[in-house]
Design a protein around this ligand. Structure first.
Ligand code: ADP
Ligand code: ADP
Length: 233
């Protein structure tokens, strides 16, 4: 479970505090697919980056399974992030590494040295995302949808319990978007991961999310099951 407790976040820009989040208070249940929707600049990315402490709140706490992660020192970040995978709009793959090497990267970062174990784990991850045939290709040789599948396999490498998706389908065409969303739904169902999806596209939320929060100017203006929120006039 992820709990945001009275979160405020501002950025210091040219000596001035610019607010990005202004009093966020809600929770995301374990195992749910939760959407965060809102216009550009609403604070979606900032909110999600608090979950893996890519950003720290100016005020308030983020609790994961009851533990206040905002109290963690920087030295605790590696362990935290091992339990939280993230995928991005522009995939963030390493272009000089193959598909398999990209997926193996977080395992090596986590200190795994057992080559046969890494190989087996990477093979299982590539099979899960349907890229077994592409293991030795470089990112530049892949389509957008395939690149995001590599991103998903990499994010799952350390067996996280939470997957954060920051506009993960925004660079993809509608058909590829649907196939990536189907994969995310399957991962949620089969692995029980909590999935948090940031998007500016209502269709994405309608297709996969259980509940959604609508963000505007750093505040939650609507929150509830997708069908209820979108029925609202
Ligand atoms: P969204 O993801 O909904 O587009 P963001 O969380 O990226 O929103 O941004 C929320 C607000 O915070 C915006 O006003 C944005 O300009 C500002 N902001 C985001 N990141 C930074 C940063 N690193 N430095 C300064 N301001 C930022
Ligand atoms: P950075 O120095 O850019 O923060 P890291 O050393 O934390 O990068 O991570 C290296 C690579 O592993 C990056 O490409 C990043 O996207 C990926 N990565 C880091 N943490 C995670 C995670 N929890 N889930 C998925 N990928 C991750």
């Amino acid at each position: 479970m992820i709990r945001f407790q009275n979160i405020h976040k501002s950025y210091l820009v040219a000596g001035k505090d610019v607010p990005a989040l202004a009093g966020i208070d809600f929770e995301i249940a374990a195992g749910e697919v939760f959407g965060i929707i809102g216009h550009s600049g609403a604070g979606k990315s900032t909110l999600v980056r608090l979950i893996n402490l890519l950003e720290r709140p100016t005020q308030g706490q983020v609790l994961i399974d009851g533990r206040d992660i905002t109290a963690l020192p920087d030295a605790g970040l590696r362990d935290l992030r091992r339990g939280i995978g993230m995928i991005f709009q522009h995939f963030n793959l390493l272009s000089s590494k193959t598909v398999a090497e990209n997926v193996a990267f977080p395992l090596k970062l986590a200190g795994l040295r057992d080559a046969p174990a890494i190989k087996a784990r990477v093979a299982a991850l590539l099979a899960r995302v349907g890229l077994t045939e592409h293991a030795d290709k470089y990112p530049a040789q892949l389509s957008g949808g395939q690149k995001q599948r590599v991103g998903i396999a990499r994010a799952l490498a350390t067996e996280p319990s939470i997957l954060l998706c920051d506009e993960a389908t925004s660079a993809l065409d509608p058909q590829t978007t649907r196939s990536v969303l189907r994969l995310l739904a399957e991962i949620n169902r089969e692995l029980g991961l909590t999935i948090v999806i940031i998007t500016h596209e209502m269709d994405v939320v309608r297709t996969v999310c259980d509940r959604v929060a609508v963000l505007d100017a750093g505040r939650v203006v609507e929150l509830g099951p997708v069908a209820e929120v979108f029925l609202h006039p």
